[in-house]
Design a protein around this ligand. Sequence first.
Ligand SMILES: Cc1ncc(COP(=O)(O)O)c(C=O)c1O
Length: 482
Amino acid sequence: MTVLHPETGASTPKTVKPNESTHAFTGLGDTNQLNPMFARAGEATDFPLDRIPDGESLPETAYQIVHDEAMLDGNARLNLATFVGTWMDPYASKLYAETADKNMIDKDEYPQTAAIETRCWTMLASLWNAPSAENAIGTSTIGSSEACMLGGLALKRRWQLARRAADKSTDKPNLILSSAVQVCWEKFCNYWDVEARYVPITDEHRVLDGFELEKYVDENTIGVVAIMGVTYTGMYEPVAQIAEALDRIQADTGLDVKIHVDGASGGMIAPFLQPELEWDFRVERVVSISTSAHKYGLVYPGLGWVVWRTVDDLPEELVFDVTYLGGHMPTFALNFSRPGAQVLLQYYLFLRLGRDGYYKVQKASQDVALYLSGEIARMDAFELWNDGSDIPVFAWQLTPGHTENWNLYHLSERLRLKGWLIPAYPMPDSISDLTVQRIVVRNGLSRNLAESLVEDIKEAVDYLDRLESPMPTEGLRSSFTH
Ligand SMILES: Cc1ncc(COP(=O)(O)O)c(C=O)c1O
């Protein structure tokens, strides 16, 4: 193979094998040979997809290939399907790059990260009005799913201990949940052999609200899950009302059933936007609360939190000791190794934003959600299911009788042409013949962008409404899988 000097055109005969660099491993010595990308002598750009390539490649080539493939994903900022953070400021990005090597479980090697983790959940215990933040206990997790599993496991073990102490069977634990619960709870029940008792949501009872709860509770009930920010719609479940229903059940039956609040999204919204709403440890039956730091905690993916009201609410036997500064540190987690950087990012945000800053960021998202839901409510084609005044998330349905020619899946597809990812999906089993579409407003969706989105929705609806015959429905699928 002959390598031509890109400027002089002089030829340098050289034999190069595929994947073999024409210069030293650093690849940066002879910059003349670096360009143009993907056309350099010996550069392999056709990598196998099913096995590790035999040879090495230049770092910038490998980088570019991966970078370019990632471009084919949707634009994260236009992804209005996800609850998960897609924007952090440059200081956060700097901190992230500096601390990407930290392993959260190495408490002995990274004692400061461990101390910061404790500081963060203690701050959350106080944000969520624990009677005494010092007497609460908590941990970081990889996300809400792990946090919910830990909350559920603590409920189960607490119930088992009480049953064994009373010499009663522990064969048939059950957990009470809304039918609109997030899939992590289905997993919890499946993985840990707990019967899931779903309370169906209906048009009259759009969330789990305590209605007919006595039909579900019995001596084998390990707890009730209340969701602050139902994934399907963003609506809050009325935790205090659920607790009152459980008080009545206790008065009638003697059964003392506790609540875990799944505050995946609302745990970081309600304290700032609805501080008067009593959903947290102010409600005595609430023994544990979980949240996703990577949702409205505003951190990049990979972090959740769970906090128990007091150390007594987390059965001691679930807690393991790891070595920490020559001493011991309690841990309760499903994973062993996991990134520590996100914990530092959370702490950065607590310091950077403070309560005022969190209020401003969440309020800005809520303002945009209310603006968008208001505009969508004004369109004849749609009826709102809720308006985004709980968490900044709302869902809508097609106005019954509006059209036979298209549905919300078609609208979702047309909006995709403009880059917007706005899922349409069926509601849970009890009302699965109803299809809704949902927008999650996150930090980073500005009012300007939202105005463009309204124009794009109007344009798409106008196009669909002018169709003279029905759109094909083959191959349409729900774009919502959680
Ligand atoms: C209510 C609720 N619980 C749990 C989860 C799972 O959260 P994560 O993705 O952090 O595991 C979600 C995610 O959307 C959720 O909305």
